[in-house]
Design a protein around this ligand. Structure first.
Ligand code: GLC
Length: 603
């Protein structure tokens, strides 16, 4: 019960934190006066197995005597494997519980400048501040919450999102906007501490924007398209707020935000899981919004594959990077959004056919990705020995991939133990690059079989230096260089090798790595990654990304105070401390569905 109090207090403290949100600081802040949600009851779930753990009601912070501790790895695995609800961790994995760090928030402490030390291969030493005082994880969590609160954007006095970055030294371009994909990290952090209002407002606001008529030049965009970002314009004289949205018509390169709609559905489900409140998702507007998003993807066309055909740069990687066609980054999100929508759409006469289409597509997509995108040592050997020009239904090399197109780096890089979903599959083309979001979301959505999920984590562990290095996590691996970079990116100077989207390291991806590793019972990997982040991220000013083969340099054009770097850290900390929070962002394998492909013998 003691913890129940401290959690309530926590919500009160965070809610009443008097931080003036960014963007329209002149606007009256209602958030400061907002009362916390006291309607929640927190109970200890009966943890019988992983599925049950993840199925536990969402806003469940463990609240008995153990709530002060995180699960240590051994105990965590025991809980999962032995189904023994009486098992409790003998010692803390975390030295400090991030929610407890919030105790000092109202005092406004702990945002000091720090100096780096520590490398991935050395025992972790904490970052230090100007006076050479170590920066504790407590101060870092405090600093993160302060920054996240400050990043809130108000519309007519209500929080509706968070600004992408608040870097005072750089031209803001569109970083002063609320990006739909960026807000997911913030939204999860807020949901995890019981601050639901901002997430609800965001979801409704994005829905309103979806209903706008959208044009690029003379062309009208599909009804279901969600914005990439929106901006609140505050007129201090007239004391009015207006909103502008970008559906790709202003974005650099005019890229389509295909992932926005998927993230919106995924966040809507997280909201339902966190609040236990189905009424928002059941509102006709929300039901319609989901159907409009998915209608864009489920309509009949010339497709021969169940994967979604996309233009380059249509996701987090929003510049030309050779991820056109059928990128895993989008396919995993598509799969997850389909599964979320299936659970959120109310079955009735209007949704019946639609739900059937979702079911069929899920089935086909699952088979296609598990079969054709999967790569491990044995599968690489198969491709290496492929015959080409096979005609007919019996073809083994269905996409006519020419073995000579396998890049040299892959032969040594692919470990004997482990595997992953490759970046793209289409006729005569396999993009063998590793992509973090695609693979982590495949684990979270159960697009990957349990064996494949395990193998993906094996690969991350085996290739830790390449995928995590000094700063978690590389957006993709390896970087494109030389002529390949010229041709694929169009000589993009922001995407030079090992920078930005071209093999850069993005702290926001920490939460996906954490969630994936917690889901498959290997939280020690997340712990290791968080340790790395804690040596640098705050002292570096929460950069957007890092450069270099090992992620050792702050990105050359990286913004500081990048909100999703901040929120991603908080989400990771909270999820590692309380694995039941994973249920917000994780979906189990369909019970009736049998895994169609298991790992090959490299396992
Ligand atoms: C960059 C990223 C994009 C992100 C945006 C705002 O353009 O590539 O994914 O949404 O910044 O942070």
């Amino acid at each position: 019960m003691e913890t129940q109090h401290s959690l309530s207090e926590l919500r009160v403290r965070v809610s009443s934190l008097q931080v003036q949100p960014s963007c329209d600081r002149e606007a009256e802040s209602e958030s400061a006066a907002r009362t916390p949600d006291h309607g929640q009851t927190s109970t200890v779930p009966d943890i019988e197995d992983v599925a049950k753990l993840l199925d536990a009601r969402p806003r469940q912070i463990i609240v008995n005597g153990d709530s002060h501790r995180s699960l240590d790895e051994r105990a965590f695995n025991e809980i999962i494997n032995l189904s023994d609800t009486s098992l409790r961790p003998p010692r803390s994995l975390e030295t400090v519980k991030s929610s407890e760090c919030l105790d000092k928030l109202t005092a406004g402490q702990g945002n000091g400048r720090t100096v780096l030390n520590g490398t991935p291969n050395q025992p972790r030493r904490p970052a230090v501040n100007e006076d050479d005082e170590p920066i504790s994880p407590t101060s870092m969590v405090e600093g993160a919450w302060i920054a996240l609160k400050k990043a809130q954007v108000l519309f007519r006095g209500k929080p509706v999102g968070t600004i992408a970055a608040s870097d005072p030294t750089e031209d803001s371009l569109n970083y002063n906007q609320v990006f739909v994909r960026d807000f997911v990290s913030s939204g999860l952090a807020f949901l995890m501490i019981g601050e639901h209002e901002i997430v609800k407002n965001f979801l409704l606001k994005a829905l309103r924007l979806q209903a706008w008529e959208k044009h690029i030049d003379c062309f009208t965009l599909g009804e279901g398209v969600m914005p990439a970002s929106f901006k609140v314009l505050h007129d201090p004289t007239r004391r009015t707020d207006t909103m502008v949205a970008d559906f790709g018509e202003s974005a650099i390169g005019r890229v389509a935000p295909v992932d926005s709609g998927f993230w919106w559905i995924i966040l809507l489900r997280a909201y339902v899981r966190a609040t236990g409140d189905h009424s928002l998702a059941e509102e006709p507007d929300c039901q319609r919004g989901m159907m409009l998003i998915l209608t864009l993807c489920l309509s009949d066309g010339f497709d021969t594959f169940p994967t979604l055909l996309c233009a380059d740069g249509c996701c987090m990687i929003d510049r030309r990077m050779g991820i056109y066609g059928y990128p895993i980054e989008i396919q995993s999100l598509f799969f997850m959004a389909l599964k979320c929508a299936r659970s959120l759409l109310k079955p009735d006469s209007r949704t019946k056919d639609f739900l059937e289409r979702i079911e069929k597509r899920l089935h086909a997509l699952r088979y296609h990705i598990r079969t054709y995108y999967w790569l491990d040592h044995q599968q690489l050997n198969n491709i290496y020995r492929y015959k080409t020009e096979e005609y007919s239904q019996t073809a083994v090399n269905k996409f006519n991939v020419i073995p000579d197109s396998i890049p040299d780096w892959l032969f040594d890089w692919l470990p004997m133990k482990g595997g992953y979903f490759i970046g793209n599959v289409s006729p005569a083309r396999m993009d063998f690059r590793w992509f973090t979001i695609g693979n982590c979301v495949a684990i979270l959505s159960s697009l990957a079989t349990p064996e494949q999920s395990m193998a993906i984590m094996d690969l991350i562990e085996e290739r830790w230096e390449d995928i995590v290095g000094y700063m978690p996590v590389k957006v993709c691996y390896p970087a494109l260089e030389g002529r390949e970079w010229q041709i694929t990116t169009g000589c993009d100077p922001k995407n030079t090798r090992w920078s930005y989207h071209n093999g850069g390291s993005w702290p926001v991806l920490l939460w996906m790595l954490t969630a994936a590793s917690v889901k498959i019972g290997r939280p020690q990997l997340a712990r290791k990654a968080i340790d790395l982040v804690e040596t640098r991220l705050m002292k570096d000013g929460w950069p957007e990304y890092y450069d270099g083969k090992l992620g050792r340099y702050i990105g050359k054009q990286a913004r500081t105070f990048q909100t999703w770097s901040i929120a991603g850290y908080l989400v990771s900390k909270m999820m590692l401390e309380d694995p039941s929070l994973l249920g917000m962002i994780s979906l189990e394998e369909d019970r009736k569905q049998k895994p169609s492909l298991t790992r090959s013998s490299s396992f």
